[in-house]
Design a protein around this ligand. Structure first.
Ligand SMILES: C[S@@+](CC[C@H](N)C(=O)[O-])C[C@H]1O[C@@H](n2cnc3c(N)ncnc32)[C@H](O)[C@@H]1O
Length: 363
């Protein structure tokens, strides 16, 4: 595919908005390093006052940390993210609205074609609509510009100190090498997790599937701009129209923790159905936080403060058990280096970090 030689259509924050968003990023780095470290010191102090007895649950840990840096830590975490999207002047939603006409016009020019299948009558599951995940107002489907907003917002999401796209290349490189003819990114969002696979396997037919049309349109736009041939399709991952045994590799990034268990099981079964025998199902997600109760305390707190309602459920869920139950002959959970180094299960991360794990399963 030839790249389209056009000015990139994207959110271009004005100077004040850019300064505000940069300030938030700086605040987040401070929160995830200095403040996090201070929190850890106070946590250890509190535990030593209890003669070394660790709290047994997240709730008990929260109780123990009352009156410490924790209040500020938690407040700052919640509100950095809230302001990022929702500050009435400098938030990303406001920035997108200032360019509404231009962005909508670019979207209007995109007609469904063989590289972009859309389904205007798709039904959103309740779990998808009921909560503003990541505190994104209306979620990533709630507004026609949501894809642009999500694309920009990811710059300041994860991981700390690392370029936003690096993580997805790391993921693609961490997948065992194979002669993949067809690859699917399940829950591809704006395509950031899809295109590294096209770069790594240029001969492969690469697909991305997501339920959000606003995200898929941005993904398609970026694929066209960069000359990558990728086939995007708007579908619910719980039941797709891909034929049985169609793909050699199905992968996901940041997906499992977003589903209630009944939906997670359906998606896992669907991945199994559309994979060829011997094909790989690879998931990058968060599970089994390292660093004992302190690690869990930070991660569970994040879930609460960022509206990630199923995160805690997935963290404690026997996902390997589900993969085996569905039929995968091999399934393992492997550590993942997000760019800040590997962290063993016992280690308390030096800076705030998601509990990355790579799940690799074979049909
Ligand atoms: C956290 S984002 C991850 C996007 C992408 N994988 C990435 O790494 O940037 C989760 C994505 O899953 C999509 N999603 C959630 N539920 C879905 C469903 N039932 N079917 C298809 N996509 C779904 C959302 O629309 C969103 O784009």
């Amino acid at each position: 595919m030839k790249p389209t030689p056009k000015k990139k259509v994207e959110i271009r924050p004005d100077r004040s908005t850019k300064a505000f968003q940069d300030f938030l990023l700086g605040a987040k780095l401070y929160w995830g390093s200095k403040l996090y470290q201070a929190l850890y010191d106070e946590y250890r102090e509190k535990v030593s006052l209890r003669k070394g007895i660790e709290p047994e649950s997240f709730k008990e840990a929260e109780q123990m940390m009352k009156g410490t840096t924790y209040s500020f830590f938690a407040w700052l975490e919640r509100h950095i993210q809230r302001l990022k999207y929702s500050d009435p002047i400098y938030g990303l939603v406001a920035a997108a609205n200032r360019q509404r006409e231009e962005l909508l016009q670019a979207l209007d020019e995109i007609q469904p074609n063989e590289h972009l299948r859309l389904n205007p009558s798709i039904k959103f599951p309740r779990y998808y609509e009921a909560v503003d995940f990541h505190q994104h107002p209306g979620g990533v489907s709630g507004d026609e510009l949501a894809g642009f907003v999500y694309e920009y917002a990811r710059k300041t999401t994860v991981p700390h100190f690392i370029h936003e796209d690096d993580l997805h290349f790391r993921m693609a490189r961490a997948v065992p090498k194979g002669d993949y003819k067809r690859i699917l990114d399940f829950g591809c969002g704006v395509g950031k997790s899809t295109y590294p696979f096209k770069d790594l396997y240029p001969e492969a037919e690469v697909h991305g599937c997501d339920i959000s049309a606003p995200c898929l349109k941005v993904a398609h736009l970026r694929a066209k701009e960069s000359g990558r041939e990728i086939f995007y399709s708007q579908q619910n991952m719980e039941a797709t129209d891909y034929p049985d045994e169609y793909f050699d590799l199905v992968h996901t990034t940041f997906i499992q923790h977003e589903f209630p268990l009944h939906a997670l099981e359906k998606i896992t079964r669907e991945a199994y159905r559309i994979l060829k025998p011997g094909g790989l199902y690879v998931n990058l997600d968060f599970h089994s936080a390292p660093g004992g109760m302190f690690g869990k305390f930070c991660y569970f707190g994040h879930s609460k403060r960022n509206n990630e309602v199923f995160m805690r459920v997935f963290h404690d869920f026997d996902y390997i058990g589900l993969l085996r139950k569905v039929g995968f002959s091999e399934a393992q959970m492997l550590p993942f280096d997000d760019g800040t180094g590997y962290v063993s299960q016992d280690e308390v991360p030096k800076n705030w970090r998601f509990p990355w794990q790579l799940f690799v399963s074979k049909k």
